[in-house]
Write a protein that binds this ligand. Structure first.
Ligand code: PGA
Length: 241
């Protein structure tokens, strides 16, 4: 039985005023039939940790534990702030910061060493999708950014088509099914959970959850408010029951 997980990615959103939302999500997470993780901006992890017991994560970490890396944050620092998880290789990091598969792999290793569970993001761009290169891109990303040693305890994969993020567009259900099955076949441990991400909202969560090989969701925009995030958590539970 694979882990079922709904993870929220707040990206560069949220201030202390939003801790009330964290508290609401944490209250719902207590009774959820799936694991619920909230990946917050680094500034909110410690204040959230002091307030709630739910699983918290960061959104990136450096490959080194400490040193002269202005503006960066290490996996140890996330752990020390109260995080148990970290998103790595998100397409916005790959795009905005030019992160390569090799850099992502080094970050994954660092996160594991710090005791963090990694949500490793992979996904094709719109141009790659249109060119029919999706599966090649995903195979290369799995091979290049996931080091040896991934287990269901330390790693979750998130398939996020770049063109589906924040756009309201999603692949057809049969495409998601095919793609997740392809990714699973490439994992050294097929028991790893694979989340779908990209425009997941209350309206499509149950449909996605019902698909084979989809073990949950990585949710951006809709995770920012409990009125949109809690229905996703509920939909994923019901679809599995
Ligand atoms: P979205 O973002 O749900 O706003 O499309 C998902 C993500 O980037 O993780």
């Amino acid at each position: 039985m694979r882990r079922r997980i709904v993870a929220g990615n707040w990206k560069m959103n949220g201030t202390v005023a939003d801790l009330a939302t964290v508290a609401e999500i944490s209250a719902a997470a207590k009774t959820a039939a799936c694991e619920v993780v909230l990946c917050l901006p680094a500034t909110l992890i410690r204040p959230a940790r002091n307030l709630v017991g739910m699983e918290l994560g960061g959104q990136d970490c450096h490959a080194r534990a400490a040193g002269a890396h202005t503006g960066d944050i290490s996996a140890q620092m996330l752990r020390n702030a109260g995080a148990g998880w970290v998103i790595l290789g998100h397409s916005e990091r790959r795009r905005d910061h030019g992160e390569s598969d090799a850099q992502v792999a080094a970050k994954v290793q660092a996160a594991w060493e710090a005791g963090l569970t990694v949500i490793l993001c992979i996904g094709e761009t719109e141009a790659q999708y249109r060119a029919g290169e999706t599966l090649d891109v995903l195979a290369a990303q799995v091979a290049g950014s996931l080091p040896e040693g991934a287990t269901p305890a330390n790693t979750v994969i998130a398939y996020e088509p770049v063109w589906a993020i924040g756009t309201g567009l999603t692949p057809a259900p049969e495409e998601v099914t095919r793609t997740h099955a392809f990714i699973r076949a490439r994992l050294s441990d097929p028991a790893l959970s694979i989340l779908y991400g990209g425009s997941v909202g209350p309206a499509n969560a149950a449909l996605l959850r019902a698909l084979p090989d989809v073990d949950g969701a990585l949710v951006g925009g809709a995770s920012l408010a409990s009125k949109t995030f809690l229905p996703i958590i509920n939909a994923l539970e019901i679809a599995h029951a």
